[in-house]
Ligand binder design. Structure first.
Ligand code: HPA
Length: 272
């Protein structure tokens, strides 16, 4: 067994010993979007800093704990707070929780984030179904030796965002009368917001939203053979499309749309 696989197994064993059994869905909750975890019934809460080999998050608006329990009739394991590349974490650390989820038997992840709107038809407060991504982070979490036990050397990314889940989320949004946008998420390293010129480029190359997360986790989910549903909360118009950008606005917008966000996720979970 490789060192990494050993560590992942130790982490998974610890989490299982805390009572996490029979879990099919993983939730990765972005900036300001962690509150849905408070609706998990009979929660088992495990702070990251108590979990062997687990990283610890540093961003404002991220709680830094796993919450396991029942949500919308499903057994879920939610990450309140994720690990970003811009924090200085190596990609292996950023994606470690997804590896652990795979080791726990999780077959599907719902990955969420706060993102800047690049598409000129988007408004702050819109939710966006992620149909695909562009990796502009300058690296890839799978660089390095490949462990065939975890996944293939050259994973296919054609359907990294599971088509069937997209259709289900669209149908749910329709039913709930939530105006769900959709499009391509461009992942940048951060921590700077983009320049207006970078946003112009983003639009030209086919991006609809831009952010600093999600891409690494989805790559590792695809490598692990997991299904993925991705939802962005468009918290602001991207650089050059509004006066200026700041993290306070990002958190304020997630606060404003969190009820729709929670409804969409919960209702979609019932049909996945
Ligand atoms: N750019 C990058 N990341 C973001 C943004 C943005 O405009 N908004 C929220 N996260």
């Amino acid at each position: 067994m490789t060192d990494l696989r050993d560590k992942i197994q130790q982490t998974a064993n610890y989490i299982q010993d805390k009572g996490v059994a029979d879990v099919a869905f993983g939730l990765i909750l972005g900036s300001g979007l962690g509150e849905i975890a408070e609706e998990i019934e009979n929660p088992v809460v495990i702070p990251y800093n108590e979990i062997p080999h687990f990283p610890v998050s540093t961003v404002i608006g991220h709680a830094g704990q796993l919450v396991y329990g029942r949500l919308a009739g499903r057994n879920v394991l939610a990450m309140q707070g994720r690990f970003h590349y811009y924090e200085g974490n190596p990609m292996e650390t950023v994606t470690y929780p997804v590896r652990v989820m795979a080791a726990l038997g999780i077959h599907s992840i719902v990955v969420t984030n706060a993102a800047g709107g690049v598409n000129e038809n988007f408004q702050p407060g819109n939710l966006m179904l992620i149909t695909d991504h562009i990796n502009f982070m300058g690296t890839n979490p799978l660089i390095g030796p490949n462990d065939e036990k975890m996944g293939p050397r050259f994973p296919d990314m054609s359907t990294a965002y599971t088509k069937d889940y997209q259709e289900k989320a669209r149908a749910v949004a329709d039913k709930l009368a939530i105006d769900l946008q959709e499009g391509v998420y461009l992942g940048m390293s951060g921590p700077t917001y983009e320049t207006p010129a970078e946003i112009k480029m983003a639009r030209i190359i086919g991006a609809d939203a831009v952010g600093m997360s999600t891409v690494p986790e989805v790559i590792v989910a695809a490598h692990s053979g997991m299904k993925v549903l991705g939802i962005s909360c468009i918290t602001n118009l991207a650089a050059g499309m509004q006066a200026n950008l700041n993290h306070t606005e990002v958190v304020e917008t997630t606060e404003r749309v969190k009820e729709d966000f929670k409804k969409l996720i919960k209702e979609t979970l019932t049909v996945l």
